[in-house]
Design a protein around this ligand. Sequence first.
Ligand SMILES: Cc1cc2nc3c(=O)[nH]c(=O)nc-3n(C[C@H](O)[C@H](O)[C@H](O)COP(=O)(O)O)c2cc1C
Length: 166
Amino acid sequence: MNTLIVYGTKYGCTEKCADMLAKKLEGKTDIQNLKNMKDIDLSQYDSIIVGGSIYIGRIQKEVSGFCTNNIEALKNKKLGLFICGMQEKELQTELNASFPKELLSAAVVKECFGGQFIFKNMNFMDKMVVKVIAKTDKDISNISEAAIDSFAKQMNAALYQVTGNR
Ligand SMILES: Cc1cc2nc3c(=O)[nH]c(=O)nc-3n(C[C@H](O)[C@H](O)[C@H](O)COP(=O)(O)O)c2cc1C
């Protein structure tokens, strides 16, 4: 059982979630930041998980680019999709807007993992936007370990169907 997690991140939250998720998955798991993406042969993986964070309602360009460029390969894998974001009420809508429809319907699991604001990491503009929109200047971490756990369980169950053993 081979899994690849690819992700886009600006301040490391999605990377942290990808690492937490990898620890809960069975079999061998590779993790790849799309910013340093090398040529990867996707055919070697039984499952692929794609994750990214939301800025002003949109997922990072490298994440949507990866999905568009690899849509056929992704559709034929056990596919998992996740986002990180802090607009709790918008997360489900943001998840559905972040990935192509074909991938959303092909995915065995789709989930919002929550997110975090860590002010010391943010550039000036991002700090200003968060202060105005989220009306906070305090660090907040809303990463949902329960959501990551549930995602991993569903992914492990789907992989079990592929290999028939654990
Ligand atoms: C400038 C800015 C804009 C953001 N816009 C949104 C948004 O539209 N919707 C949302 O759910 N979260 C939004 N967020 C929250 C981020 O998605 C959240 O901080 C996430 O954990 C960042 O993950 P990353 O460090 O992997 O990039 C925004 C954060 C910043 C700094």
